[in-house]
Design a protein around this ligand. Structure first.
Ligand code: HEC
Length: 218
């Protein structure tokens, strides 16, 4: 007769000749309750200890990260967008009247204006024979009739101003706030808030001509 037989679950079933033999095997089989549960307690403690220390490490790292990468909270909540006019926000509380355009033009710099029109180039071309894009080409715009580029689909508001010409004053107001100056315009541009930058742009626009016109004098 075989002394042991393997059960389907992998345990070995042993047969003993006498109950005494069976008893003598008990400790070796690890059936002592006390020993078994004692091992369990230590294991549970170890696991609990591991979980707690992990939590501590995570909390500690969190605190250190909070100190190292202290978030920079803006005074005014929101996103900071690149703006050409930091002065506009600061001066908003006490609005100061712009200097007359003729005074600003006297000290304007067309080279600075050329840089500033980078903001317009998504929609306008500036060179002679330049194409119309989202907006009409702006070569020779100074002194040109408003809304007069053939083949460009102006808004009704701009077409309605066809009897006027773009002079320094009109351009200054239009570029400052297109929608305020020409209500109904389709020029989707917020405007240039800095008065001196607008003068630079107008001085530059006036150079875009075969025969630049005299700018107003203060
Ligand atoms: C998002 C596109 C866009 C940007 C950016 C833009 N414009 Fe325009 N612009 C237009 C459109 C569209 C019109 C035609 C407006 C209408 O018909 O109401 C226009 C018209 C004009 C006109 C009148 C032209 C004419 O023939 O009467 C001037 C001047 C002008 N823009 C200057 C500027 C300047 C200077 C800038 C940059 C500081 C600028 N625009 C930026 C789209 C734009």
């Amino acid at each position: 007769m075989k002394r042991a037989k393997r059960l389907s679950n992998g345990l070995r079933l042993e047969r003993f000749k006498t109950p005494a033999e069976a008893l003598s095997r008990l400790p070796r089989l690890g059936c002592g309750r006390a020993q078994g549960s004692g091992t369990m307690d230590i294991e549970t403690n170890k696991i609990a200890g591991a979980v707690l220390s992990t939590l501590l490490v995570v909390l500690g790292l969190n605190m250190i990260a909070g100190i190292v990468f202290a978030p920079h909270k803006p005074v005014v909540p929101g996103f900071e967008l690149p703006s050409e006019e930091p002065a506009a926000a600061a001066g908003a509380a006490a609005p100061v009247a712009d200097e007359p355009i003729a005074v600003r033009l006297a000290k304007a710099d067309p080279a600075k204006g050329e840089k500033a029109v980078g903001a317009c180039k998504a929609c306008h071309t500036f060179e002679k024979g330049g194409a119309n894009k989202v907006g009409p080409h702006l070569f020779d715009v100074y002194g040109r009739n408003e809304g007069s580029v053939a083949g460009f689909g102006y808004s009704a508001a701009m077409k309605g101003r066809n009897d006027k010409t773009w002079d320094a004053d009109g351009l200054d107001h239009f570029i400052k706030n297109p929608k305020a100056y020409v209500p109904g315009t389709i020029m989707a541009f917020a405007g240039i808030g800095k008065p001196d930058t607008r003068a630079d742009v107008i001085a530059y626009l006036n150079t875009l001509s075969d025969a630049p016109k005299p700018l107003p004098k203060p």
